[in-house]
Write a protein that binds this ligand. Sequence first.
Ligand SMILES: *[C@@H]1O[C@H](CO)[C@@H](O)[C@H](O)[C@H]1NC(C)=O
Ligand SMILES: *[C@@H]1O[C@H](CO)[C@@H](O)[C@H](O)[C@H]1NC(C)=O
Ligand SMILES: *[C@@H]1O[C@H](CO)[C@@H](O)[C@H](O)[C@H]1NC(C)=O
Ligand SMILES: *[C@@H]1O[C@H](CO)[C@@H](O)[C@H](O)[C@H]1NC(C)=O
Ligand SMILES: *[C@@H]1O[C@H](CO)[C@@H](O)[C@H](O)[C@H]1NC(C)=O
Ligand SMILES: *[C@@H]1O[C@H](CO)[C@@H](O)[C@H](O)[C@H]1NC(C)=O
Ligand SMILES: *[C@@H]1O[C@H](CO)[C@@H](O)[C@H](O)[C@H]1NC(C)=O
Length: 356
Amino acid sequence: MATTCTYTFALCLSLAFLILGSSASSTEADILLSFKDSIQDPKNSLSSWSNSSNAHYCNWTGITCSTSPSLTSLNVSNNLIWGPIPDQISQFQSLRVLDFSKNHIEGRIPESIGSLVKLQVLNLGSNLLSGSVPAVFVNFTELVVLDLSQNLYLMSGVPSDIGRLGKLEQLLLQSSGFYGQIPDSFVGLQSLTILDLSQNNLSGVIPQTLGSSFKNLVSFDVSQNKLLGSFPNDICSAPGLKNLGLHTNFFNGSIPNSISECSNLERFQVQNNEFSGDFPGGLWSLSKIKLIRAENNRFSGAIPDSMSMAAQLEQVQIDNNSFTGKIPPGLGLVKSLYRFSASLNGLYGELPPKFL
Ligand SMILES: *[C@@H]1O[C@H](CO)[C@@H](O)[C@H](O)[C@H]1NC(C)=O
Ligand SMILES: *[C@@H]1O[C@H](CO)[C@@H](O)[C@H](O)[C@H]1NC(C)=O
Ligand SMILES: *[C@@H]1O[C@H](CO)[C@@H](O)[C@H](O)[C@H]1NC(C)=O
Ligand SMILES: *[C@@H]1O[C@H](CO)[C@@H](O)[C@H](O)[C@H]1NC(C)=O
Ligand SMILES: *[C@@H]1O[C@H](CO)[C@@H](O)[C@H](O)[C@H]1NC(C)=O
Ligand SMILES: *[C@@H]1O[C@H](CO)[C@@H](O)[C@H](O)[C@H]1NC(C)=O
Ligand SMILES: *[C@@H]1O[C@H](CO)[C@@H](O)[C@H](O)[C@H]1NC(C)=O
């Protein structure tokens, strides 16, 4: 062999690549087959995953490879697949997309997942994962989407190494079993556009400088937790913010008038908290605002007549606060408004005819 190689080095090299290539691909196919063996697939969605079929494994359902025989995307979303995430997942070193969402994937997230250093999308949302989420995120420097939402059996703190993911744009942890504090490290999530931590068991205060860290934020939702402390004051550092959800927590203190700097805000929901002080007047005249919900707090102040400038406003619920003054005539000028409920306040005057 050695002698042959000195004569035809190029041939040897390509032979070596062939051997390497075929062994890499048979390994990947083997891992996929043993994964298939370890799960239940009641819809038989993975029927093409078979070593007796003629199709190359790169052509199996849910698999994408790059030009070399290496797997770049494994997407078996929405198939009622039932079973654990195999430990061998770590061997798919080229994987950029791992989407197991909307199945019945159970058990713990294996720590071995942490060596998938090229991952851009990790979607394990809407499954039956349990236990706590391991600290596997430090290697995920390319991660853009992390979705662990709707895993009711998770019981986990929020791993603070998530805060190192400088390219992360979407962090979706809603409706799972996360408890404890939002880590201070989250200020490192400089590229974030969507943060959804709603419907968990989070407690404590929101990190001080969080609001000012997220310049590209479009949606910020921490509603339905047990968070306390004050309103995230610098949240309008993200000029593109459209959706702000803080409702059903224990937030207190007042909401600063600087909220009117969020000129793209469409949905503002702070109901069911312990907020007090004058309701920020500028909010009423934001040109894109559609929804204002602030019921069940202790807000005071009047509703300014300038609310007629909120030309997109559709729904207002401010019941059970301490608003005072006259219902402004401007209310009647907002043609898009279909719901205005303000019971249990100190308001007086007439509602425009269409609300009677
Ligand atoms: C196909 O895979 C099974 C296990 O999944 C194995 O027992 C069998 O030897 C394989 N056949 C071939 C031809 O590789
Ligand atoms: C996948 O299938 C297509 C068409 O069926 C074929 O052209 C292609 O060569 C196959 N790819 C591999 C890697 O086998
Ligand atoms: C995975 O496949 C589903 C459809 O089967 C698709 O909706 C989803 O966007 C894919 N996931 C990714 C990350 O491309
Ligand atoms: C990060 O990747 C390296 C190399 O693949 C691996 O040895 C290490 O265990 C990984 N770290 C974590 C936290 O998974
Ligand atoms: C939330 O956390 C508290 C303790 O802090 C615990 O008693 C409660 O069971 C948790 N609730 C849920 C839904 O996990
Ligand atoms: C908010 O609640 C905390 C306790 O959670 C309390 O110490 C603080 O004084 C309250 N602030 C206001 C303005 O009510
Ligand atoms: C009004 O809001 C307070 C909290 O500010 C709450 O305790 C009370 O139950 C609410 N009343 C009604 C009728 O919803």
